[in-house]
Design a protein around this ligand. Structure first.
Ligand code: ZN
Length: 271
């Protein structure tokens, strides 16, 4: 834990120096100042979340997870551009809601970081965001077949899963990446108040009130998508959760999320 604390302090100091010295890469403005030290436990959880999502088949060499700064609603934390399985505490960077890094120090940033900044701006209730290319959800983004909860673990999907089409949002052809603030805002609008939105021909974005919650939702969105394809392949009508069943199941399961989180975190951090 000591290394986390030391880095914690250094983050604030280095940030102030960088804020005075460096130019903001894209806009020519100075980089944003740091909101100050972050709870080391939150950084450890963010590292764990990266590795868990790989272990669970949600992320691979691509995709990212972020968490809102514990003391500043207008800042979030996310790794530099690196494969999620390789993320360590030293890779975690602070961003403002324009997704400008506070203290880049030459480190590359994820091209699609605007997904995170614009969702945090639009959704004060959201404290953690995952963007994935979660493989089993892809068919639901391209066929018009709605992703719906067919078991209690994915009851949170009951309010509906919107699909974001970048072609409509941009008005033309793109490389499919949410690579600027305008596209990030259009994605946040499609997400609305939902926990999950699919991205046509690309992946998904999942939000939650904490890292354990967003990891739980990301894992069970992937599992539900797989199960729904299997159920549909068997033929016959699929019985989905009734909205009332979903409401009750979500309320019951919410209190149990620490159980899988503890297990996943232990495995992910190798302890
Ligand atoms: Zn992506």
């Amino acid at each position: 834990m000591e290394h986390l604390t030391r880095r914690h302090v250094l983050l604030g100091v280095a940030t102030t120096v960088a804020a005075l010295a460096a130019a903001r890469p894209l806009s020519g403005q100075a980089p944003p100042t740091s909101a100050g030290p972050v709870d080391p436990g939150l950084i450890e959880d963010l590292v764990a979340a990266n590795r868990i999502l790989v272990d669970q088949g949600v992320l691979d060499g691509y995709g990212h997870v972020s968490v809102r700064h514990d003391r500043a609603a207008d800042r979030y934390l996310m790794a530099r551009s690196v494969a999620p399985e390789l993320v360590t505490t030293a890779d975690i960077m602070e961003y403002d809601l324009d997704s400008a890094p506070v203290d880049a120090r030459g480190r590359a940033t994820y091209l699609e970081r605007f997904i995170h900044g614009e969702i945090y701006r639009a959704r004060p209730d959201v404290r953690a965001v995952v963007h994935s290319h979660s493989p089993s959800v892809i068919p639901f983004g391209v066929t018009g077949v709605s992703l719906r909860p067919l078991y209690h673990m994915s009851a949170f999907l009951a309010g509906g899963v919107p699909v974001y089409d970048i072609r409509q949002a941009s008005g033309g052809m793109t490389d499919m990446l949410v690579r600027n603030a305008m596209l990030g805002q259009s994605l946040a609008r499609v997400l609305g108040s939902a926990p999950v939105a699919l991205m046509r021909g690309h992946g998904a974005v999942v939000v939650g009130s904490s890292l354990p919650a967003v990891v739980f939702r990301s894992v069970y969105t992937e599992v539900n998508a797989r199960l729904q394809m299997q159920a549909m392949a068997l033929g016959g009508p699929v019985v989905y959760l009734d909205p009332e069943e979903a409401r009750r199941a979500e309320a019951s399961i919410a209190g149990t999320i620490p159980r899988p989180w503890e297990l996943w975190k232990k495995k992910a951090l190798g302890r």
